[in-house]
Design a protein around this ligand. Structure first.
Ligand code: PAF
Length: 300
């Protein structure tokens, strides 16, 4: 593994790889790596000759300043995790570049506020209106990473389901010949989707959090015989009425922000299971627990 901090050095390494006809896999991350990220890196190592993992906390995708400040920055530990993974995986790739640029390196002319993407309906639902500017910030940084790393394939986790639809739309707009590889969610043994935010949960909240996935799994079973609206209502009611008490005797509860059942490609809500297109239907949830916003999905 080689750590690269300068964009020019990454471009040089990519140029040399391209000259040799190598295939490049890109795994964009914001660091604070967990097994979910490692599964993306592992897959990239198996499918490409050279892997670029970016670790960059992208300020322009945070619509909440406090969230940006609180975001864990654990570069040294992240690099050790990657190094450990390289030792474990039977890789096709012969090299991994960990790209860890500063904000100035990534945005040498300052934060690019003038770049505005329009993705249409996929950005107008769920996370879009609740986190204004978020997907634009994601698209800007991902495009910059695409330009620098010129990947054959780019790897993203399905936990951020809407983000994948946005990247798909971005690729359609910019017409880069990059294969978008959507990878399944990695879960803890108790079912909680792995996320860097899980660390912020108190022990009592952490114990309660797997109920999100358990409820979604039950919803998938209900979908066999219940209408879309009934499944939606049941999920929201089940989580909203769930109460537990933490070690300090304080009540803990789920506060769902949304649960939508949508077409898995267009992300538009469906009213009937038959309305789902080629990718089927997916349920996407955002729920607050103990001051932490958790997201998860279930495929129907
Ligand atoms: O999913 C993330 O961690 C980020 O949104 C991404 C894709 C690395 C862009 O900053």
């Amino acid at each position: 593994m080689k750590q690269i901090q300068k964009s020019a050095d990454l471009q040089q390494a990519v140029h040399e790889a391209k000259e040799k006809g190598l295939q490049i896999g890109l795994v964009p991350t914001m660091g604070a790596l967990h097994e979910g990220h490692l599964s993306l890196i592992e897959r990239a190592l198996k499918e490409n000759d050279l892997v670029v993992v970016s670790l960059f906390v992208n300020p322009i995708q945070f619509n909440n300043k406090e969230d940006l400040e609180k975001y864990p920055r654990t570069i040294e530990a992240d690099l050790e995790l990657i190094q450990g993974l390289i030792g474990r995986v039977k890789a096709k790739a012969t090299e991994l570049l960990a790209f860890t640029p500063s904000v100035e390196e990534m945005y040498p002319d300052g934060e690019p506020t003038e770049i505005v993407y329009h993705f249409g309906p996929v950005e107008e639902v769920m996370e879009g209106p609740r986190r204004p500017g978020h997907f634009n910030g994601v698209a800007v940084v991902v495009r910059r990473l695409f330009d620098l790393a010129q990947p054959t394939r780019a790897y993203f986790g399905e936990k951020d389901y809407q983000q994948i639809a946005i990247i798909r739309a971005l690729l359609e707009q910019i017409k880069y010949p990059i294969e978008l590889v959507a990878c399944p969610i990695v879960r803890a043994d108790d079912g909680l989707a792995l996320s860097s935010r899980n660390k912020r949960l108190s022990p009592a909240a952490r114990q309660m959090a797997p109920a999100i996935n358990a409820t979604l799994e039950q919803a998938a079973e209900m979908a066999e015989y219940e209408e879309v609206d009934d499944v939606k209502e049941w999920v929201l009611d089940t989580l909203s009425s769930w109460h537990e008490v933490n070690d300090c005797g304080e009540g803990l509860k789920f506060e769902p922000e949304y649960f939508e059942i949508v077409d898995a490609r267009t992300l538009q809500p469906i009213a009937d299971w038959d309305e789902a297109g080629d990718l089927g239907a997916v349920g996407c949830i955002a729920v607050w627990l103990d001051g932490v916003r958790l997201i998860d999905i279930v495929k129907f």
